[in-house]
Design a protein around this ligand. Structure first.
Ligand code: PMP
Length: 304
C-alpha cells in the first residue's frame, strides 16, 4: 500500500504518498497508543460528499481525549484536510483514514515529550465484504476471542490497540472460511463484528447491543434513525447468541461495510438464509442517503 502515487496529508501539508514514512521507534508502533477514523465519501448528483464528516471528526477528538493525546489541530483543520486529500488525489468516492499517533521522541512506556502526529490518507475502496455479499449476505462465525471488557480497552475510543482483538478474531474465522467474526462481550452476549455493529430483527423489531463492548458506530446511529423513519421500532439491549440463531434477519453496519446482510451464523441459516426484506429496505435507504439521493439529512453530507 505504501508504493503508490498520490498524496497524504501529513502534519499539516500534503506529501507524496511514498514519502509518508515514519521512524521504527515510533511510540505508537510499539504500544498501540493512537486513534483513527474510517470515513467514506461518495459521488452524489451534486459532487463528491463526505458522509457525516463532522461526526467522524468529533469521534476522533473524543478518542484522542480518552487516550489523553493532545491534538495539534482543530476539528475545522481536520475536516478541511479530509476534503483536501480527496481533491488532491482526484477521488470521486473514497475511504478516508485519518490517524493520530505519537512520534519517536522517546522509548519505553514512560516516554515523555512525545509529539502527536496526524495523517489523513484516502483511497478507492469498494464493498468491504464483497459486492456480491451486499445482496447475498455473509457467513459469520462466533470468535473464540471475546470483545473488550469495559474497563480494559475503552471502546468509545477508536484506538489502534483495540484492533489487535479485531484482527485476531477476524483472521481466525477467515482461516476457517467464514466472511466475518461475531464477537461476544465478556459476559457472553453479542457485541459486534470485528469492524461492524450488528442488528437483529425479530417480528419486525430491530435490536442492537448497547455500546459497552462495541464501538459507538456512526452507521449504527444512522441506521437506527433510518429504521425509525421507516416506522420500525429499534431497541438497544442485550442480545444472546441463540437469539441470532433464531431471528428473522440480521445485518452488520459500518462505514466500510455499509449495511451488509448476514445469511448464516455458526453454520445455521439466518431466517431464510438470504437477505431479509427489512434489511434490503434499510440497505437501499442507507445507500441512497450516502449517495445524496435522499434529501432528508442535508447536514450529513459535506461536499468537497
Ligand atoms: N465496530 C468496530 C470495532 C469498528 O471498527 C467499526 C468501524 N469503524 C464499527 C463498529 C462501525 O462503526 P462506523 O459505523 O462508525 O464505521
Amino acid at each position: 500500500f505504501a508504493d503508490r502515487d498520490g498524496y497524504i496529508w501529513y502534519d499539516g501539508e500534503l506529501k507524496p504518498w511514498r514519502e509518508c514514512t515514519t521512524h521504527v521507534l515510533t511510540y505508537t508502533l510499539h504500544y498501540g497508543v493512537g486513534c483513527f477514523e474510517g470515513v467514506r465519501a461518495y459521488k452524489t448528483p451534486k459532487g463528491t460528499a463526505i458522509f457525516r464528516l463532522e461526526d467522524h471528526t468529533k469521534r476522533l477528538f473524543n478518542s484522542a481525549k480518552i487516550l489523553a493525546m493532545k491534538m495539534p489541530y482543530t476539528a475545522e483543520q481536520l475536516n478541511a484536510a479530509q476534503k483536501e486529500v480527496l481533491r488532491a488525489n482526484k477521488l470521486e468516492s473514497a475511504y478516508i483514514r485519518p490517524m493520530v499517533f505519537y512520534g519517536s521522541e522517546g522509548m519505553g512506556l514512560r516516554a515523555t515529550g512525545l509529539q502527536t502526529h496526524v495523517i489523513v490518507a484516502a483511497w478507492t475502496w469498494g464493498a468491504y465484504l464483497g459486492a456480491d455479499n451486499m445482496e447475498r449476505g455473509i457467513r459469520i462465525k462466533t470468535s473464540s476471542f471475546q470483545r473488550h471488557y469495559v474497563n480494559s480497552s475503552l471502546c468509545r475510543a477508536k484506538a489502534n490497540a483495540n484492533y489487535l482483538n479485531s484482527s485476531m478474531a477476524l483472521n481466525e474465522v477467515l482461516r476457517d472460511g467464514y466472511d466475518e467474526a461475531l464477537m461476544l462481550d465478556p459476559e457472553g452476549f453479542v457485541a459486534e463484528g470485528s469492524a461492524e455493529n450488528i442488528f437483529v430483527i425479530t417480528n419486525g423489531v430491530l435490536s442492537t447491543p448497547d455500546v459497552t463492548s462495541a464501538l459507538d458506530g456512526i452507521t449504527r446511529r444512522t441506521v437506527m434513525q433510518l429504521a425509525e423513519d421507516h416506522g420500525y421500532k429499534v431497541v438497544e439491549r442485550r442480545i444472546t447468541r441463540d437469539e441470532l440463531y433464531t431471528c428473522d434477519e440480521a445485518f452488520f453496519t459500518g462505514t466500510a461495510a455499509e449495511v451488509t446482510p448476514i445469511r448464516e451464523v455458526d453454520n445455521r441459516p439466518v431466517g431464510e438464509g438470504r437477505r431479509g426484506p427489512i434489511t434490503a429496505k434499510l440497505q437501499a435507504a442507507y445507500l441512497s442517503l450516502v449517495q445524496g439521493q435522499d434529501g432528508n439529512y442535508p447536514d450529513w453530507l459535506a461536499y468537497i
